[in-house]
Design a protein around this ligand. Structure first.
Ligand SMILES: [Cu+2]
Length: 155
């Protein structure tokens, strides 16, 4: 009598191989799930002058991969820079992280966009288009409402 049944052994190997395959697929899909970005609460307060405006929004990432906001462009402003605020001091930021399962918040007194060299002064009630460019995610174009000067969300 043979101690090993050849048929049983082959089946065991086949089951083992398919389990390995399942594990590999599972690891791959969770490790590579893309960033899932959504932009909400975007607004631009109507500026006092035509040459400069600020911009605010929130980017939420419900995906499994970190993304990075690398730049913002618009046909309406020749130059858009990103600023962070620390202890009341503004400084230019090269990029902003949008962590997996987290969010990036641009808000009054904190991180914000600085829009310069405007084509014209944006007026409350109109919308301008901003395009957000990311590393590790597709760009998102957002219609951004212009709010009255001094507008604060939720007030
Ligand atoms: Cu600034």
């Amino acid at each position: 009598m043979s101690p090993v049944n050849p048929v049983g052994r082959r089946q065991a190997l086949a089951v083992g191989a398919s389990l390995l395959a399942l594990t590999a697929v599972g690891a791959c899909s969770s490790g590579h799930s893309a960033a899932e970005l959504k932009v909400t609460g975007a607004y631009i307060p109507q500026p006092a002058l035509a040459d400069m405006a600020a911009g605010y929004f929130t980017v939420t990432n419900t995906g499994g991969t970190d993304a990075t906001l690398t730049s913002v462009t618009s046909g309406f402003a020749a130059s858009i820079t990103m600023h962070s605020t620390t202890d009341g001091r503004m400084r230019t930021a090269d990029s902003f992280a949008v962590p997996a399962g987290g969010k990036l918040v641009l808000s009054l007194g904190g991180n914000h966009l600085m829009l310069m060299d405007l084509k014209r002064k944006p007026l409350a009630g109109e919308k301008v288009s901003l395009k957000l460019h990311f590393r590790d995610a597709d760009p998102i174009t957002v219609p951004v409402p212009v709010k009255p000067a001094g507008y604060q969300p939720g007030k």
